[in-house]
Structures are given as structure tokens and as C-alpha cells.
Design a protein around this ligand. Structure first.
Ligand SMILES: [Zn+2]
Length: 249
């Protein structure tokens, strides 16, 4: 049995956002302190906040929007690659070396990259500042992953693409219908096979949305997921056998 590991950054008002994008603002509408009898808050934020999904529409004018993404892509077996700290770009030569060494399954449908971007993250908390030297997937790396047949690629940096070429890797991946997950918190995610559950908010017509991402390590078999014991003292969560995590191809 394997217990869920949260791959989600906390949404705080000092969570760094992409330069030029708007920082999140959480405004109390009603509070206990004011005697309202309930608490109610308003959130204003970029849809590319913390851990989030890029739907194809982000870079492809007629690409799928986030509300249309199939659950069959967002939930299922995945593989976490542990990228060494000295690898600064996930490019085709790196992926070729990785595959040759048996570190990249040829039938992987979902691949998550755990890099030095996650260093310093404790319990998903990211207090910035925004850094431009994050590890990301290059255009050549993106082409390699599309040729491999992946349907979802995730990374623990602010973008799937590097700072000096934000467009091409996005166009290559999203143009092939691949879903990108950005801003993951991977510090506590064991590498290797597992099951990913990554669910973006279903915002109609949106090019992306914040998501909650959860990792079940060593759980290539959905029956091994222990959602009845998610940690803490949750009770009677449900039957693991009810989850259908068949890959979409
Ligand atoms: Zn994004």
C-alpha cells in the first residue's frame, strides 16, 4: 500500500508569479473577528498560480481548454524522473542518455521531472523570489517527449519551458495535445513508478487552472493505492478499487 504525497505548492500571497503576471490577492469578505459569524474570502489570481495545468489553449489558438481535458489523462500511472542537480536543461541528449540507462520507460504516458527547482521547498511552501535560472524542458526535449508518446509532462519549476525560450517547448508539447503541469512541489516525491492524480479547477474556456496534484509512489497497480489511509486521521474515505486509472492509450 502506498500513501498519497502532496505535490502541490501552497497558495500564499507571497507565492512568486511570472514577472509581469499579477500576484495573488486574498481579500476577506466576512471574518469571525469582525463578528460576521462566518469567514468568507475572495481570491484574485492568475490562472497560472503555483501548481497549475497548461491546457493546449495556452499556446494553441484552437487547442483544448482546461475544462475539456479528459480525466483519463489527468489521473493514472506516471513516472518521476530524478534529475541530478548538475543537469540545467532537460534536452534531447539528456533524455536519450536517461532512456539508454533505463531511467525513462518507453511506454510512459505521464512523466514528472523532479529537479533542483524543488530544493528548499518545505511542505509545499514557496516564498520566492522568482528565479529565472530554473530547470526546464528545451524545445528538443519537448520533441523527444512527444515522439515518445507521452500525454502529460510535469515539472517543479514555474514553466515547462526555459526562461530564454518560453514559446517553442510550449508549442511543441501543447500543439501535440500534451498537458503540461507546472509549479509542482517534488521535494518529497520518491522517483520511479507511481500513480498521479492532478485535477485542475474546471474553469470554462480557460487556458489553464490551478490544480491539486497528488503522488502515489510505487503504485503502478491502482489496487495498491491506499486512499483509506491518507495520513492524518481521516476516516472512511472510500474504496481504492473505485479508482479507474487505466492509461488513455
Ligand atoms: Zn502555465
Amino acid at each position: 500500500m502506498t500513501r498519497p504525497i502532496d505535490l502541490t505548492r501552497r497558495i500564499t500571497t507571497d507565492l512568486p508569479v511570472w514577472p509581469g503576471d499579477l500576484p495573488p490577492v486574498i481579500t476577506p469578505v466576512a471574518t469571525h473577528d469582525a463578528g460576521d459569524g462566518y469567514a468568507l474570502s475572495h481570491l484574485s489570481a492568475t490562472l497560472h498560480l503555483g501548481t497549475h495545468i497548461d491546457a493546449p489553449r495556452h499556446f494553441i489558438p484552437d487547442g483544448a481548454t482546461v475544462d475539456a481535458l479528459p480525466l483519463a489523462v489527468l489521473i493514472g500511472p506516471a513516472f518521476v524522473v530524478d534529475v541530478p542537480d548538475d543537469v540545467r536543461a532537460i534536452d534531447a541528449p539528456y533524455l536519450e542518455r536517461l532512456a539508454a540507462a533505463g531511467g525513462l520507460p518507453a511506454d510512459a504516458v505521464r512523466i514528472l521531472f523532479r529537479t533542483r527547482n524543488s530544493a528548499g521547498l518545505v511542505d509545499g511552501r514557496d516564498e520566492g523570489p522568482f528565479r529565472r535560472d530554473f530547470v526546464a524542458v528545451t524545445a528538443g526535449g519537448a520533441r523527444y517527449l512527444v515522439a515518445l508518446g507521452v500525454r502529460l509532462v510535469g515539472i517543479d519549476g514555474p514553466s515547462i519551458a526555459p526562461w530564454d525560450d518560453t514559446d517553442t517547448p510550449h508549442v511543441v508539447l501543447l500543439g501535440a495535445g500534451v498537458v503540461a503541469v507546472e509549479g509542482l512541489a517534488m521535494a518529497e516525491a520518491p522517483p520511479g513508478h507511481g500513480v498521479l492524480v492532478c485535477l485542475p479547477l474546471r474553469i470554462e474556456g480557460a487556458e489553464g487552472a490551478p490544480a491539486r496534484a497528488v503522488w502515489f509512489a510505487d503504485a503502478a497497480d491502482p489496487g495498491a493505492i491506499d486512499i483509506a489511509h491518507p495520513g492524518g486521521d481521516a476516516r472512511s474515505v472510500g474504496a481504492a478499487g473505485a479508482i479507474d486509472v487505466d492509461p488513455p492509450r
